[in-house]
Design a protein around this ligand. Structure first.
Ligand code: ADP
Ligand code: MG
Length: 240
């Protein structure tokens, strides 16, 4: 069994009430895991808790064997990188400049970048196939390109865990496929843990190592895509 990188015990998330019954969830090295379920069940809220932006409603989160509460902000940002749905890219930055923001957990806002920073940025750019776009204004991109730029910024931080909220929103089928392939390859080749939420359940079932499913009735469960599909937990099945 690979090492659990992120462990959630008795965990629930929410703002003014628990959005789902307490659950144990584990994320392992090198796996791609998808959060699927209807709108409003708490996928983004769970991701915020895992990113350390929002305290869990209940339970405890452990990152690399250490309680999340004991992480400094900088150390946590070096370990977990996230991209949320509402994020907008700023005016006046090139693709490369924007992706280099991912190095802030190492360099701070003002420090000059080291060779190591530049190498991490180059690697991030290559892993999402953006080499041709580095000098482009970050606003002058298609939806597919923009979503890869945001992902590259997170990868540039060289974290252990990557959290992506609805990275396939607004993408067409070829771009959805491309994105899942990129993330799957990245997870296995770099031994990273990728957790994403998506409404593209069919692709999530096809590409993910495991699924964290929300049934829309306040319950959350983790399972392999096949188990999830066959159990009917999500309220529907791909199997005729
Ligand atoms: P999902 O991502 O699964 O669509 P969310 O996690 O965004 O769902 O939202 C779960 C619930 O939390 C919703 O009922 C939503 O209205 C509520 N919610 C989301 N953001 C906030 C917030 N900042 N403050 C209070 N409630 C919120
Ligand atoms: Mg959401």
């Amino acid at each position: 069994m690979p090492n659990a990188i992120l462990e959630a015990k008795n965990f629930s998330a929410g703002y003014t009430y628990a959005l789902f019954a307490p659950v144990d969830l584990n994320l392992f090295e090198g796996e791609l895991v998808s959060l699927v379920g209807p709108n409003g069940v708490g996928k983004s809220t769970l991701l915020k808790s895992f990113a350390g932006i929002l305290d869990p409603w209940s339970g405890e989160l452990t990152l690399c064997g250490m309680s999340m509460e004991n992480f400094t902000m900088r150390k946590r940002a070096q370990t977990v990188a996230s991209v949320f749905t509402q994020e907008r890219v700023p005016y006046g930055m090139s693709v490369r400049e924007f992706i280099s923001l991912g190095r802030i957990p190492y360099s701070g806002f003002l420090d000059a970048r080291t060779e190591e920073d530049e190498a991490a940025i180059d690697k991030a750019i290559a892993s999402v196939q953006l080499e041709k776009f580095v000098d482009r204004g970050v606003l002058n991109l298609s939806d597919g390109e923009r979503s890869r730029v945001l992902i590259a910024r997170a990868i540039a931080a060289e974290p252990k865990v990557l959290l992506f909220d609805e990275p396939t929103a607004f993408l067409d089928v070829p771009n959805i496929l491309n994105l899942f392939r990129i993330l799957k390859t990245m997870a296995s080749e770099r031994n990273l843990t990728v957790l994403l939420s998506t409404q593209h359940v069919d692709y999530a079932l096809r590409f993910s190592d495991r699924i964290i499913g929300f049934d829309g009735k306040g319950f959350v469960r983790e399972a392999t895509p096949q188990e999830m599909n066959e159990s009917g937990f999500l309220g529907w099945s791909c199997v005729e």
